[in-house]
Design a protein around this ligand. Structure first.
Ligand code: FES
Length: 165
């Protein structure tokens, strides 16, 4: 059941060259979007280390938006492709930890796409509202399964590295 009174806290990592400007454009063009997102400017979506997302969620965010330049338009050649790869690993990691992967979303928005960014924000906020509060810090200590899942995941990655080296 959707709790209409729940206001999700969303952290938005926005690329300086496109989506941050799109957010600016949305503001100057008076395009309305949910005020739930706290925008953080990064130089590129490829700068968003998965640990930033984990830290945001562990610090109380209910969802995270990563917004960057369209594929082929990254100002750092192909760092947004790196963001795509990291995003899929991140989704896998969250799932393994028992966190709904839909809480994290990667979107593309050029500097001219204020409307599209606003719609993407509204959609994420609506989806996270349906999921309810994450309450990660509380759940982490209550639910030992997540800790166990994280340890299993780390072990899997260690083993994968051993195979590669
Ligand atoms: S510079 Fe915008 S995603 Fe890389």
């Amino acid at each position: 059941m959707v709790n209409e009174n729940f206001e999700p806290k969303i952290v938005g990592f926005c690329c300086n060259w496109c989506s941050y400007r799109a957010a600016d454009l949305a503001g100057t063009a008076r395009i309305k979007y949910s005020p739930n997102v706290r925008v953080l400017r990064v130089m590129c979506s490829g700068r968003v280390d998965p640990s930033f997302v984990m830290k945001a969620l562990a610090s109380g965010a209910d969802g995270v938006l990563i917004a960057g330049c369209h594929p082929g338009e990254c100002h750092y050649i192909e760092q947004n492709y790196k963001a795509m790869r990291r995003y899929s690993i991140l989704k896998h990691t969250l799932r393994a930890m028992g966190v709904e992967p839909d809480r994290v979303r990667l979107v593309w928005a050029s500097a001219a796409e204020g409307q599209q960014l606003a719609e993407a924000i509204d959609l994420l906020v609506a989806d996270v509202r349906k999921l309810g509060p994450l309450k990660w810090p509380g759940n982490w200590t209550e639910n030992g399964q997540r800790e166990e899942a994280l340890e299993t995941l780390l072990k899997e990655h260690e083993e994968a590295f051993e195979v590669l080296t």
